[in-house]
Ligand binder design. Sequence first.
Ligand code: URA
Length: 283
Amino acid sequence: MSGKVGEKQSRGQAPRKKGDAPAPVQEPMRIAKAMAHAGLCSRRDAERWIEAGRVTVNGKVLETPAHVVSATDTIVVDGKPLPQSGPARLWRYNKPKGLITSHKDPLNRKTVFEALPDKLPRVVSVGRLDINTEGLLLLTTDGALARHLELPSTGWLRRYRVRAHGNVTQDALDKLQGGVTIDGISYGPIEARVEREQGHNVWLVLALREGKNREVKRIAEHLGLVVNRLIRITFGPFALGDLASGTVDEVKPKVLVDQLGTKLAGEFGLRRGQLDRQPTRRR
Ligand code: URA
């Protein structure tokens, strides 16, 4: 595929109505994997929850995470049915500043998930953006896909536009190409260039492949800069493009298969030739 998804306006398909029926589990899989796919928790959490007796299958408390489940099983976690997962779905979202990327906030600040358009089913985010960061946040119905895409080993480049107070030379930015260690935390190779200067601020474009906590701000601080605006413009093959702030756009299943590759896409219930919409429901 040429270019990034979103650069050439990729339009999503018709939004699903709230009352649509859930799709069945695609194929038999271990219970912990099914719970992770449903976006409920990680596989490790699932194992702990099973040990703690919080999961039943067909009315029986489960004793082992090795249990294999299929479409005909009734899985209940903490008394609630597990949402059935159809093929993974993915959206580009233009996160406005002021929202936290968390399902719950102890400080009661507004979350991304409260702000999402109602038409979306239950989704999880691929990594996080800080409260004041804007721009591209990927959202998916599949928790295991989210974890896969956010892993540094997946190697997807995240590109940011950064407005920062202070001065920096291109020479100093070029030194970041070899990676940098700040307060004992190592960052891999960073591409950075000055886009323009604006009064006491400088606009930079910075790209890295990790996803560590506050990484752009820390790297900027290391250069003597204070970030006052941060916008993520790409994540792997997906671009923010001209998506309006606060809106979402679904990535077409076929595009997702192209980007993941047929084998990996199959693990997330996406198969070439079977890409008709199979709805999942928001919990
Ligand atoms: N780096 C940051 O400092 N914050 C973000 O939200 C993302 C990357």
